[in-house]
Design a protein around this ligand. Structure first.
Ligand SMILES: [Zn+2]
Length: 278
């Protein structure tokens, strides 16, 4: 009898040890699922979450098109000529950069999933038609990826992408889509109902239209405040991109990721200088 008791005791101890080690290994996944709704709250109060930090250049482009130089003109400042864009991408390939997605950066900052050597992220705001005509072929030919932040009510308008373009590019695996509101309004200047609609309906329509999760967002005009941050959390966005300048990203600042503007007047040399991380 005593022998059975010892064996029984050992089984209990073994089972307890196994269960404990299992439940210690699990939290990452279960937590990530549970916490997705209250991400930032979770990040701020949970001491087990490490505030990781990394330097990754995240380029912010708008147009890639030829336009007459008018240094005072906003359109010119936001436009990179296609030939210059090609040179900038050639530079990335020559220097062995690897383009990463917003999700790659999120997985690193949240869970420590390693990033490739020389990571860089290419982002484009507003969903202009030239992205399909001038950018997508270059991405495809050079095995690069990019993310475009889409204003869903502008899809199909003159000079903007349409659903067909988006579906085609997303299916290629080279292009990722993020939210950029319904109507490109300054989110700090709308009422709370509009704020929620601009974020929620934009996200839902992109998710339905493209049959994919939309987890990343860029602020129109780089404009945000606490109300905007709360609306993003409520809508389960995992990270968001500002127009602030910088290349340092932190787990505690996932909704305030800085970027590096590249526009009219940038050459391949200024581009190379801007993306340096040392
Ligand atoms: Zn924009």
């Amino acid at each position: 009898m005593k022998k059975y008791l010892i064996i029984f005791g050992l089984i209990i101890v073994f089972a307890t040890v196994m269960y404990t080690s299992y439940s210690q290994k699990k939290p990452n996944k279960t937590n990530s699922q549970k916490a997705s709704g209250a991400l930032i709250k979770h990040l701020k109060i949970d001491p087990e979450i490490i505030d990781r930090e990394t330097r990754v250049p995240i380029i912010l482009y708008h147009y890639v098109r030829d336009i007459a130089p008018q240094p005072d003109n906003l359109g010119w400042g936001l436009s990179v000529p296609p030939s210059t864009f090609q040179q900038q991408m050639d530079y990335l390939v020559k220097e062995n950069y690897t383009t990463i997605t917003p999700n790659n950066l999120y997985q690193y900052l949240k869970y420590g999933t390693p990033l490739p050597p020389k990571p860089i992220m290419l982002t484009f705001d507003d969903g202009y038609l030239d992205f399909f005509e001038e950018v997508f072929p270059v991405l495809r030919d050079n095995h690069l990826t990019a993310t475009n932040f889409i204003i869903s009510n502008f899809l199909g308008r003159e000079q903007y992408l349409d659903w067909y373009h988006l579906k085609y590019m997303v299916a290629s695996g080279r292009v990722f889509v993020g939210g950029h509101t319904l109507n490109h309004m300054k989110l700090t200047e709308v009422n709370s109902e509009q704020l929620d609609q601009e974020i929620a309906i934009n996200k839902a329509s992109l998710e339905e239209g493209l049959d994919t999760k939309i987890d990343y967002f860029a602020y129109p005009y780089g404009s945000y405040d606490d109300n905007v941050l709360n609306a993003l959390k409520k809508n389960k966005y995992k990270a968001a991109f500002t127009t602030e300048n910088g290349n340092i990203h932190k787990t505690s600042q996932l909704l305030k990721l800085p970027r590096i503007k590249v526009g009219g007047g940038d050459t391949v040399q200024t581009f190379a200088e801007k993306i340096k991380t040392e």
